[in-house]
Design a protein around this ligand. Sequence first.
Ligand SMILES: Nc1ncnc2c1ncn2[C@@H]1O[C@H](COP(=O)(O)OP(=O)(O)O)[C@@H](O)[C@H]1O
Ligand SMILES: [Mg+2]
Length: 465
Amino acid sequence: MKLLSKPRINRLRSRLFYKIMGSYLVFMLLSVAALTFLINREIKGGLTILVMALFSLLAALIFSRKITSPIRKMEIFTRKVCNGAPAGTLLVESNDELGQLAKNINHLVLQQQEKIKLVHKEKRKLASAFTAMVEGVMILNSDNRIESMNNSLMNILGRREDDIINKTLLEVFRNMDLQNALERFKETGEPVLQEITLGGASPIILDVNISPIQGLSGGDEKTMMVFHEVTRLKKLENIREDFVANVTHEIKTPLTAIIGFIETLEEGAIEDRVTAEKFLRIISEHAQRLNRLVDGLLTLSSIELGEIKLHLEGISVVHIVENALPVIQAKARDKKLAIHHDIPTGLPLIMADRDRVAQVILNILDNAVKFTPEGGKVSITAFEDGGGYVVVRIADTGIGIPASEIPRLGERFYRVDKTRSRELGGIGLGLSIVKHLMKAHQGRVEIESSPGKSTTVSLYFPCSL
Ligand SMILES: Nc1ncnc2c1ncn2[C@@H]1O[C@H](COP(=O)(O)OP(=O)(O)O)[C@@H](O)[C@H]1O
Ligand SMILES: [Mg+2]
């Protein structure tokens, strides 16, 4: 639509002015003429002129109304638009300049409404992105008070919007690292990245990115803070670091012993047969320990990588237990431990890999024997739990495990008493392997214990259909 140019608007304005002024001028002239004639008693001629004057007056009134009415309409319409009320369309049915002006006003209003709609749409888009972001986002105003915060951050903090807004960072987070990072950012104006830890018992670790919000009108200086939760990542990183440290230690200890004994032999101990045989036995024990460590690690990594293929078949737990007993009995005899087993016949078969189930049961029996002092008892039972599992239960009267340690059993290298386990030849991978193998069988392990008294391990194997 073509808008009126400035000179045309000026012309239109002066024409309107002349029209109105002309009408009033005609009216004034005629009235003066009529009065003059009346005064001169030219009654007849005066009467004619009076009638003419009245007609002129009427014509001027009609004419001026025709001009003022659309202007009034425009005034009401534009006032409504200014007040933000829904204005609709301005109706002026004339083809002159006033009609054109009305069309231009309609066009401007329409354009303005389109722009407002667009701004609202963009605002809604931004708001929904802000809400849906996984990262926590917070905006600080120029007084460093919290202006807004998205849902993710409120969830991380476990706080409601009304006890956050307009507060300072320190009031909400109570974290000096974060406060110092903000001050660093304020001093330098450069983006700052800071890791913070919130909470006590189960801390949350967050990476915080502080940066300025640029391009704000009126030179406002707001600050944007993006929070990225890295608790899980940090945990995994710690597990990896612990693992590397553990493996290194577990390899280094026997290797140092092996190298030490070999050197002593080389330095002459080999001449003394009794000492030499003793040293060779120690070297052999450490080498076997290293071998067990490598085997354990290889087993774990193949399970984790899904490389172990289970040969599932219906097998009887009685057979597995009976085959495992001779392996452990020699060790039990040395410690004067009694091993009882009482497995009912007629139990359903379990769906399992024969060798892997034997490995699981041997690991648990080995622990039971290892952690039960001389004269103690180890018993093995099995039963059907009614939920589609056959449970093999191995109980001992050993040293037991504190309740707080039970959830950590099964972590690689985790041992309640590292020195004791090491003295007994343990490397801390047994329960981890058991846990993984049971999971691969769609089964599970449950451990109950009374410290100083007993430990009971229940292995749940799914029944064969
Ligand atoms: N029957 C048990 N009695 C007491 N403690 C046990 C028993 N079984 C396992 N544990 C604890 O769990 C830890 C981890 O067991 P495991 O992974 O088999 O490692 P390892 O036998 O090499 O020490 C042991 O070091 C021990 O502290
Ligand atoms: Mg073990």
